[in-house]
Design a protein around this ligand. Sequence first.
Ligand SMILES: Nc1ncnc2c1ncn2[C@@H]1O[C@H](COP(=O)(O)OP(=O)(O)OP(=O)(O)O)[C@@H](O)[C@H]1O
Ligand SMILES: [Mg+2]
Length: 419
Amino acid sequence: MYFPWTEKYKPKTLKEVVGNPDAIQKFVEWVKSWDKGVPKKRAAFIYGPPGTGKTVTVEALANDLKMELVEKNASDYRTEEAVKRFAGLASQYGSLFGTKRIILFDELDGLTGTADKGGVKAITDIIKTAQCPIVLVANNAYDPRFINIRNNCLLIEFKKPSPTEVLKHLKGICQKEGIAAEENALKFIAQRSEGDIRSAVNDLQALAQGKKRLTYDDVSWLGYRDRQETIFTVMRMILYGKTCEGAKRAVDMADVDVDMLFEWIYENAPAHLTDPHDLARAMDALSMADVYRGRIRNTQDWSLMRYVVDFMTAGVAMARVNTKTSGWTPFHFPERIQALSRTREERAMQLEIGRKLKRRCHISAKRASKEVLPYLRIIFKNNAEMAAGLSKWLDLNMEMIEYLAGSKEKTEAISRLLG
Ligand SMILES: Nc1ncnc2c1ncn2[C@@H]1O[C@H](COP(=O)(O)OP(=O)(O)OP(=O)(O)O)[C@@H](O)[C@H]1O
Ligand SMILES: [Mg+2]
């Protein structure tokens, strides 16, 4: 059965609530002050980001002080009428049996639109005459709708707990669940949660429940679930991956396609796998990936893609056996791609010149670029006068002349003759 860890490990006492010690103390002091008579502010307004423990703090305090907690959220007090039902409760501090009472209007932001105006107003009215502590909770206390309420309340701000505080909470849970978790793994979850303890606990449960161990590899992919990662992170996951799973996931996070990623791995592997046997294994895996790439090209059977991916990621990651991780080695852009794009441009240029030749020589542009162009190059490099005449005759543009001449000075000499 699925039972959320946020419930299972929900703080029962204030001691277990993580973070915001000052805010919590301010709150406790205010509630305790009721024992000496109705204080100046009859309501406290706790506000702050989601999942930081606002609701839980009120519940834990009621538990610690053995108070009766009347807890409501927006759907319970939408209308003026609904709120007024609490007026009776709010008019007495002690209940019939002597327990003290605290009333919580939770999730005030949930009140929407004009229909709820009555609700907000009714709450303000109750606050003015309340005989027991009223607590309001919202994410944003500065919503214009709450102006009147705010002025009548003791404002208590909850801030996001630090990653260290979240980490402590996660560690506690792992201990109770009997999970040996790498510090790095928990740190990663804590940082990613950005102070939202609820989501941190939810992530932890999704990743660790039922496991004996939780490693960094188990969690690192989480961060990239919803955003694309830079090629460098992806490369690190593959070349330094400890599990096949982790390395394979890298492909989904990469912002380059599989072919490009292949080039990246191929070019960077030697610098990062310095043990020759490791490198040989990695290259073996890459060659297998390449075999399948070829089969896809020939058969268009894209179901083979999974083998390409497995070999080039998991295969490469598992190749690392003897190489020690020492220091930091940078990743560099695949040179083969740079060279390819250079020649692609070059081929385009040759074909353009070939087309000019075709018109004058009555041969195909391709043949012209292959057979005639090399001679043009020799002429353009050695005889500016002849080059100028040919340029005119073939109607070449400056770019083409520069390409054939191969240097700035010769191009200038030719263009001077052209006038
Ligand atoms: N400070 C905390 N210490 C320990 N656990 C916490 C803390 N904050 C949140 N949690 C965990 O997250 C769950 C939700 O917390 P809670 O309901 O108090 O958040 P909230 O601040 O009221 O958020 P929201 O603004 O969304 O209502 C709790 O049940 C608990 O498991
Ligand atoms: Mg809440």
